[in-house]
Design a protein around this ligand. Sequence first.
Ligand code: ADP
Ligand code: GLC
Length: 516
Amino acid sequence: MISAAVEPHVEQFSPEHREPLAADFTPTAKTLGTDPKNKRKVLFVTSEIADLVKTGGLGDVSAALPRAMRHLHDVRVLIPGYPQVLESDNPIHLVGELGGHAALPPCKIGRMDLADGLVIYVLICPELYQREGTPYGANNGRDWPDNHIRFARLGLAAAEIAAGEGMVHWKPDLVHAHDWPAGLSPAYMHWRGLRTPTLFTIHNLAYQGVVSRACCPELAIPEHALQQEGMEFYGKLSFLKAGLAYASHITTVSATYAREITTPSFGCGLDGFLASKAQQGLLSGIPNGIDESWDSASDPHLAHPFSLNDWQGKAANARQVRALFALEPSSGPLFAVVSRLVYQKGLDLTLGVAEYIVRQGGQIAIIGRGEPEEEQAMRELALRHPGQIGVRIGFNETDARRMFAGSDFLLMPSRYEPCGLSQMYAQRFGSLPVARNTGGLADTIENGVTGFLFDESTLESYREALGRAFYVYDKPNLLNAMRCLAMTQPFNWCQAVEPYARLYEELVENARVTPR
Ligand code: ADP
Ligand code: GLC
């Protein structure tokens, strides 16, 4: 049942009443008070970028944020030279060389200029990165056993570039490192006494890169780092904690997740540490945005582009998705799952409500890959409901975009969600998320207005929200009003650019005035 307080608000909506989108306001050097002649040099250290290789939202953010910041700062990206990077069509010129250190082998630095001018530094070290699979493991889902060496090499390379080593001839004013694979960048910089400020962004606290303390010598980690204020984590070494402990400032990707991770339920054992960082003003939440390619009227991935109020166009996308997933023609709602198939995403809950959805006349299309057991469970689910539930194990951007465009609802019952991009993509394409009230989902979905939130990770709570979705589906005016509101939500990168730009400026300025 839809809550009475919310429904009238939605029915009164007409798109002309909307305020101008925040996208109309692009922060500039002038509005931010920064000097356009004095662009800061920022090195963005990441393990994926959507242009070349991605396993999830980190890849999207690594592609979008440096571009969104480019008019203010000279942001360049450092990424390992996986086959997907080296074998892309973009030429790579060698610009530097770094020596070996402890068990970290020597490597070369290549420079790749993407078509729109974004500069990527590629860490070339075939023995570490030239392997078939994902950035983190083999195609069978197993992590590479030497990931600690592979990503320590990435962190050390960032520190060496920051120190002006390797003849790269470009020395950053700030290093912005992302998630555990880049966690050692601020640490190596600290141990080398560099004054260059560092920002560490948590995209997902649950992946920590924890290894035995016996790895210290091979990774050139000093003994004194093995303390509570350092990178020690229950007697082991944590790459993620290294980022948290040694960075000048920490951000995460939504305001709600920034609060949640200071509590035991979401803190993954680091809540006390993070709460103390928050008290010192060293932890903040800056929400992700989505880039301009998310335009249902012009997206080249869509066979049937459509705009606001063109519900026939949306229906044509739905027919295409049904055909792709071998679903029977239906006038009922189409639910989509576009997800990494991992515990975080709460897919076991979707398994638990699937029967209910089908009984109510709904169909489900699922795309994703991840843990082998989750993949198998999804395959079996489809076998139990031929023609009503379809599954494709794997991922491709075109199918994902078509699913956002063709579905009526997106299922996202995440146990935790630092930000989440899929719920924003879905809304932009007129698919209303049914999602857990947590993290970035809570911050980007207006319950009963642009989607349906539920509080508990339980089947009852999930079913109640689905009940509201079915109720709305049967009221075309209400459904279309919600779609309009969802499609016009001002999700974009401008809102993130301003706080990041201010933070960069503050960190560089603090480092300049702080005495040695
Ligand atoms: P997360 O990063 O936790 O997976 P987000 O919602 O932030 O969640 O980002 C998901 C992004 O990754 C979207 O661009 C989505 O289309 C894409 N994606 C979803 N599943 C996969 C997958 N199995 N492999 C690669 N990309 C995926
Ligand atoms: C992580 C999080 C996701 C977030 C993404 C990009 O993968 O799980 O919530 O949107 O990073 O920041």
